[in-house]
Design a protein around this ligand. Structure first.
Ligand code: HEC
Ligand code: HEC
Length: 339
């Protein structure tokens, strides 16, 4: 347990957390600037002041982890602290080249679970300790929270599963419990997952998606999708803007590699700074740009044919076979999903 010794952890972590304010401001600034430059007739991007839990309608999430940990919380343990670091700086603790090396890319959990997993409709973690164990179609069984986290390690982070009693797992779960502590057992858990989305009744158009990408995404994620790497003092070893395809991205078995899942994430959260209440992209644009991103090469997950042992539970937008219907793989990949 020395790893969780609060003093040594704080020593390691403190200087970073001060410096972290700067990149956050830079990101906010870029968010606002690109919000304006992308398309003048559109609403300006909203800032990150909307950290979940502010009490607005539809928000169920208690105050952001950062506030919680720095101020009010006398009993925030080193374990919770470590869990928070693992989730927001995954690359630095368990990424490629680290001693532990669990993930195979340099993303953080919070690359997708925004604001340390406290942002509504960015697949927040808040309340999950009360929802799990729950049925997961991909494995066709009731899964624990630990097993679900391993799913993201193996796919979103293109890495490997770890033991449920691994200190990394224990710390992440402690953090999730911590940010969930104000929620009652039976919810409501509004804001879980992503915004709802009705797939347009047509195949997605990756060509149009490329144009949407150029106008709304490339400024941060790069025309080549490789993102912008962190530098000393600012997400070093990870990304300021994460890659969306290529070898350091999520693999082809990840939830984000499904068209509708990606479109829902993008619509409610991208370009960075928009919220589910004031999205910037139309459903059509989110659909096309998601198809564009997921038409690109990314790491390949082995044994995907074993996913969804009960094929009747396989989502329509799962891009890889086998299927129980006669719809082509291409149509499962980019729609239309009117079958
Ligand atoms: C590339 C994006 C990405 C990254 C990185 C990522 N995840 Fe996920 N995660 C997802 C998606 C997509 C879902 C599915 C959400 C849904 O189905 O609504 C998900 C779902 C989950 C869930 C279940 C949420 C729920 O409401 O049931 C948990 C728990 C989770 N992830 C934990 C993690 C942890 C911990 C990490 C880091 C070790 C991580 N994820 C990294 C994309 C990501
Ligand atoms: C202002 C900069 C900015 C813009 C513009 C932007 N993003 Fe992002 N995006 C980010 C950041 C930063 C993250 C990771 C969140 C974090 O680290 O807190 C992210 C995360 C993501 C992720 C999940 C993480 C990953 O690497 O897969 C996807 C997918 C994504 N963005 C897609 C898009 C799309 C599509 C657009 C255009 C519609 C877009 N983004 C526009 C900054 C931006």
């Amino acid at each position: 347990m020395e790893m969780f010794d609060r003093k040594s952890l704080v020593k390691k972590v403190k200087p970073k957390s001060k410096i972290l304010v700067l990149p956050l401001l830079v990101i906010l600034f870029v968010a606002v600037v690109t919000g304006f430059s992308g398309n003048k007739s559109r609403k300006a991007a909203v800032g990150r002041d909307e950290v979940a839990g502010v009490g607005k309608s539809g928000r169920h999430v208690p105050a952001g982890a950062v506030d919680t940990l720095s101020e009010e919380d006398a009993d925030a343990t080193a374990l919770v602290d470590y869990g928070y670091r693992l989730i927001t700086e995954t690359y630095a603790w368990v990424g490629p080249g680290t001693k532990r090396q669990i993930s195979g890319n340099r993303l953080a959990c919070s690359s997708c679970h925004l604001d340390g997993g406290t942002r509504a409709f960015a697949a927040p973690y808040v309340g999950l300790d009360k929802i799990f164990p729950t049925y997961i179609a991909r494995e066709n069984k009731v899964e624990t929270l630990e097993e679900r986290i391993n799913g993201c390690f193996e796919r979103s982070l293109n890495g490997r599963a770890i033991a449920v009693d691994d200190e990394v797992m224990v710390a992440m779960v402690a953090y999730i419990k911590h940010i969930s502590r104000e929620l009652q057992k039976d919810g409501p858990f509004k804001g879980r997952g992503f915004v709802s989305f009705k797939a347009p009744d047509r195949a997605a158009d990756p060509k149009n998606g490329a144009a949407v990408y150029e106008a709304n995404c490339a400024a941060c994620h790069g025309a080549d999708g490789k993102g912008v790497k962190g530098v000393a003092g600012n997400r070093e070893g990870g990304y300021i803007f994460p890659p969306l395809w290529g070898e350091d991205s999520y693999n082809d078995g990840a939830g984000m590699n499904r068209l509708i899942t990606a479109a829902r994430f993008i619509k409610g959260n991208m370009p960075l700074g928009v919220t589910h209440e004031s999205p910037l992209l139309s459903d059509d644009e989110a659909y096309d740009v998601a198809a564009y991103i997921n038409s690109k090469l990314r790491p390949v997950k082995a044994n995907k044919e074993k996913d969804y042992p009960d094929l009747s539970k396989k989502p329509k937008d799962c891009p890889y076979p086998p299927y129980q219907d006669n719809v082509t793989q291409e149509q499962h990949r980019i729609g239309p999903f009117n079958f």
